[in-house]
Design a protein around this ligand. Structure first.
Ligand SMILES: Cc1cc2nc3c(=O)[nH]c(=O)nc-3n(C[C@H](O)[C@H](O)[C@H](O)COP(=O)(O)OP(=O)(O)OC[C@H]3O[C@@H](n4cnc5c(N)ncnc54)[C@H](O)[C@@H]3O)c2cc1C
Length: 407
């Protein structure tokens, strides 16, 4: 039977950086992913972009991933937040974040998930001590004495000191280890599309709150932006089925004309939106990371940033334990990780949920209240700077990797 220090189940946008951080720290690591690499690396696999906070960018740089990604990443220079109604001009009360106000070059970067994945796969191939098994589905994990025995769908068995589940929202492993979640579905669908526009966006991201939910315009490289269009679940199928002219018309009613003529380019994707958080993040010889531990609304573009913070914190806790000669799979070691990450994840998950509830409606008194709120925050410099640090991921106890240091 193959023996490793750590087996990571799930080689997505969180599992792969975790594998890199652990192997670069000296552990023998296997990452098993159910999907074939050629499938997940194909452009049609995932149409999303990710807003990478600058703390996440520092982490990707420390792991040697950023060099393969930066040419495809668009810096976010400014963010404009406004409230509005379809086909009408935005409310005059808006919130403006400018990277120059916090002395930074950018507030983060927008990168297409397909390029993040490609850069991660490239870094994994160049990292000794790290093996990516794919396609390889983890079927069972049996915790026995001082280790965990993992069985893959093809019958392969691997013994590990610790197993980490980074296998996404529906994680079968999480349930098999008896970890429950609290959560709910949103009556909303996330429509994602790339939009080409006439004028340059100058690195400005827009979050426009419409009655059905947030309509985010995220600057991509070139004269392109990515839409994350939150629409009522009942209306989304009709919009997705429109012909090109109809879709472009609906798009421009919401997008506005600030970037000149616009048109959707390429396919449209849709994602069901839900919220969940695991009641526990760890069990003896077992830990959760990324969407497996928490799934949040994309309103603030923070799901992946949260997952990357899990990966950085877990790697740091495990490397500290190994340096002190402690058992990396022992519950008291893993509890340190849980204490670090669970409260932080819960706070962010709850605030994104509250933001979505406050903004996704057309109730007049609430609209006045939130317009007032946007205006107040905009007029107070320290409040604005607090939110910018928040968006940049620079709050709370940052793991070393997110400060750009080795774990
Ligand atoms: C519309 C939308 C927009 C978003 N925008 C942003 C954004 O701007 N910024 C941001 O930070 N976040 C954003 N997010 C959130 C972000 O995409 C997720 O948080 C992130 O992709 C989670 O990564 P993950 O690796 O934890 O899970 P996943 O991406 O779900 O990966 C799980 C992996 O596990 C594998 N797997 C599953 N089961 C098994 C098994 N049994 N054995 C082995 N492998 C298995 C799968 O093949 C997959 O590769 C957005 C989400 C949505 C829906």
């Amino acid at each position: 039977m193959k023996r490793v220090d750590i087996l990571v189940s799930g080689g997505g946008l969180v599992g792969l950086p975790l594998g890199l951080a652990l192997a670069q720290g000296g552990f023998r690591v296997v990452v098993a992913d159910a999907a074939p690499p050629a499938h997940v690396l194909a452009p049609q696999f995932d149409g999303r972009v990710s807003a990478l906070a600058y703390a996440s960018v520092r982490m990707l740089a420390a792991l040697g991933v950023w060099d393969g990604l930066k040419a495809h990443a668009q810096p976010i220079r400014e963010i404009l937040v406004s409230d509005g109604q379809i086909g009408k001009p935005a409310s005059p009360f808006s919130l403006h974040f400018d990277s120059s106000e916090v002395g930074a070059d950018s507030l983060g970067h927008i990168a297409e998930n397909r390029y993040i994945r490609a850069a991660l796969h490239q870094a994994v191939a160049a990292t000794p001590g790290l093996e990516l098994l794919a396609p390889a589905t983890v079927k069972t994990v049996a915790v026995e004495g001082g280790g965990a025995n993992v069985t893959l769908a093809d019958g392969t068995r691997i013994a590990a000191t610790l197993v980490v589940a980074a296998d996404g929202r529906e994680s079968p492993l999480r349930a098999s280890m008896g970890i429950n979640t609290v959560g709910w579905s949103y009556p909303q669908t996330g429509i994602v599309a790339t939009v080409e526009h006439e004028r340059p966006h100058n690195g400005v991201a827009y979050e426009h709150f419409l009655p059905s939910g947030p309509f985010a315009i995220l600057p991509m490289t070139g004269n392109r932006s990515s839409l994350v269009w939150t629409e009522a679940k009942t209306k989304a199928p009709g919009l997705l089925a429109l012909d090109e002219a109809g879709f472009n018309e609906e798009l421009s009613r919401r997008f506005g004309s600030h970037l000149g003529a616009t048109r959707a380019a390429g396919p449209r994707w849709s994602y069901p939106l839900s919220f969940h958080i695991a009641r526990d993040f760890v069990r003896p010889r077992f830990a959760l990371a990324g969407d497996c531990a928490h799934g949040i609304h994309p309103i603030a573009g923070q799901g992946l940033n949260l997952g990357l913070k899990d990966a950085a914190a877990l790697a740091e806790v495990l490397l500290d334990a190994a340096r002190l000669g402690r058992d990396i799979g022992a519950l008291d070691t893993l509890k340190r990780y849980e204490r670090w990450r669970r409260f932080d994840s819960f706070t962010l998950a709850a605030s994104t949920d509250a933001l979505n509830r406050l903004f996704s409606n057309d109730i007049a008194p609430l609209r006045h209240l939130r317009d007032l709120g946007l205006g107040i925050v905009d007029s107070i410099g320290p409040a604005r700077r607090f939110f910018m640090r928040h968006a940049g991921g620079d709050i709370g106890k940052l793991p070393k990797l997110m400060k750009g240091e080795a774990a």
